[in-house]
Design a protein around this ligand. Sequence first.
Ligand code: 1CP
Length: 363
Amino acid sequence: RFDKKMRLEIIEDKKLIGGLKSLKRLPCSRTPIWFMRQAGRYLPQYQNIRKKHDFLTLCKNAELAAEVTLQPVDFFDLDAAIIFSDILVVPEAMGMELNILESVGPIFSSPIRTRDQFDKLNHFSIESKLEYVANAIRLVKKTLNNKIPLIGFSGSPWTLMAYMVEGEGKTNFKYAKCLLFENEAFSHLILEKLSKSIIKYLSMQINEGVNVVQIFDTWGGLLTREQYLKFSLKYIKDIVNELKQTFPNIPIIVFSKGVFLFEEIAKIGCDAISVDWCVSLKEVRKRTNDSVSIQGNLDPIALFTSNERIKNEVINILEDFGKIKPNSGHVFNLGHGIIFDTPIENVKEMVRTVKEYSQPYHI
Ligand code: 1CP
């Protein structure tokens, strides 16, 4: 006998589209594929639009953001769309001036180094500032018509703090890391406030229709084990707990790049762990005991090699994960974002190989 909530969950599961089944560790006919930064500069279609508008304009214009979101989905026939935006729109909405410079990457002109600077930020109502993301989500959802899931996302509190304190990405994050070493109380205050904003932001995305959320903890791997648990994973866990209370059916993917504490991550209640190419999927699977789905993990550089090599590397990853038993799940992905000059023919080869060769791994 099932109670009402369980019955609803089962009905929900019946309606699930491919990629969502994998994230929920339900049987599916082949391994789904989508990839980090699938919308972007390696696509000529994106370049065409980007020539006319700068990056933040693209993010803030719902029609353009929706169009760019759908470009890779249509072109490669992918199993999920990822809403076009950036993790840094959250600090931008809090009042930090953001510039995304060609070849340099994102820069905040006035990084946060003091309590006074931090207090001046907007810690409330960032949802209204980020309404453009809601508008883009609504547009994309309409076009997708529930054929494939839409993935929403946010940076983790630590990764956003790293950019906010440092001011830019291409560094060793010495200001941000020194703050963790030297002023724990202030660090926790920042992380606490960011967590609250992220919960609101992701809740808004889910209410607008995203089917999955991913938390990008790109800079988790810069921390010691103890720091990672205390300053990064703790806050990701708070976010997961809070979201699960309101949205128990929305899968949550956690990507802590360069962090190998898979047992600890699997325990926070997320549905999937995204991993980079430095680990074996078999090992991650064994260590997490199939309690989460696993996303990964082709090295984006592999996409600069020959078609034959790409095919071999993709098959190696499918083989490394092994047979998908009931209660296990694999989503094929890159181990990090696709590189801006990746040849699109090679991306096609990766997608084709996953679709053609993954079926026998599903019983
Ligand atoms: O298709 C998709 O995946 C959606 C688009 C997306 C996502 C998920 C973009 C567009 N950015 C992100 C996430 C993001 N942004 C992360 C987490 C994932 C990861 O580690 O790659 C991070 C760390 C950022 C920060 C950021 N924004 C960078 C990283 C490099 C650095 O120097 O720190 C860069 C280059 C940006 C700008 C950006 N964001 C997205 C695009 C397409 C671009 C390039 C802008 C352009 O068109 O010139």
